[in-house]
Design a protein around this ligand. Sequence first.
Ligand code: F0G
Length: 429
Amino acid sequence: MSSAYLQCIEESCGRRQDANEDPHACAFCGGLLDVKYDFDPINPKQLRQTWRQRRLSDDPIDRSGVWRFRELVPFVDPGAKIVTLSEGFTPLVEAPRAGSWAGAVQLTIKHQGANLTGSFKDLGMTACITRALSRGVCWVACASTGNTSSSMAAYATRAGMKALLFVPFNQISAAKLAQALDFGALVVEVGDNFDAAFRLLLQVAPELGLYLVNSINPFRIEGQKTIVVEMLEQRGWLSPDYIVVPGGNLGNSSAIGKGLRELKDLGFIEKIPRLVIVQAAGASPFYETLRTGATDLLAVDAPHTEASAIRIGHPANWKKARRALDWVGGFCESVTDEEIAQAKCVLSQDGIACEPASAATLAGVYKLVQAGKIERNSDVVCVLTGHQLKDTDYIMRHRTAGKEGGQRIHVEAELNSLRRELQRALLEK
Ligand code: F0G
């Protein structure tokens, strides 16, 4: 049987950790940890067939887009209970208008908003809540810009655990807050931004015996890496030229980089796609760090962007993300809120919508094609990380501000004035 262990990512350390503990940082140097495996011999051809057959199965484990690929996440003890809500199985959809707008690229969308709680976080949460359950955890906790919290709340209650959330006060979307409350979580609103809430949580978590499920928990990354397995299977195992993701705390890009590397090392793909991370201009510490060639993170103390999901100034996983870009030859871009809003409008013309952070991907592609860093006619997959309804306040704000898109008129409930208004509105549209 394949076996798993935890290892520090720091080159100067690299030490293995006690496999029975679930630390979130190296016990020796405080570095981030990887889950690593001594894989059993893997036959890619056979395994691809097995995974395909599982698509016809009614077993809840096979109905999960994470555990269907369990040979690549073999950290679960035999017989352990898996906590799943049929995550994954998300669509890969062509976006022809958005592709031609971005500069004649062949664009497809991997829409993670189709997960049950409406974001990509469900892939990571099934993995780390399953791990937590096997450790007899009672309370799980995270700091969040909203999506991790709603996903954690769902999986925790499903597993019979209690959920404690730290969210910045008045900084996350009402819809995401409502989801967490709906799932019965205890929500603590603290600090002005994610970074402050996260810092405080890290301080109190050990005192209170809380199990952290932020993306510094390496088991989260394991679940999230399966997005590329599913995506490549949907593409007949042909790699795109680029995979584009928004970057906040940089867990997702780290996960995608790890997934791609493992697929290549294990012989599932020949070519590794390049990974592009897109940050919002007011919250782009990673972009600035890479742009200037700084060796340490150029953290942003007061991050600002309307894309609240990625309003993060001190991304915890920046070293893993930098390593991921090195592995796959990727790069990072930053886009303004105006560019995000425009890209979001363009996507919706293809009948595809998402929350603002997700639209940063298309805005990034547009900018990179203009700059000659992404070639015209490239095969590009944008990962849309969150559902359209995750931030309806944003939509209403932008629409009422009269930008492109839908129109809203209030008409007196009287037939003649209704006819008059309709004639006018239909002509104008
Ligand atoms: N897109 C959405 C919709 C997100 O919610 C997040 C992160 C990201 C992109 C960025 O992913 O952090 O892995 O780089 N949301 C976290 C949260 C921070 O708390 O929900 P990342």
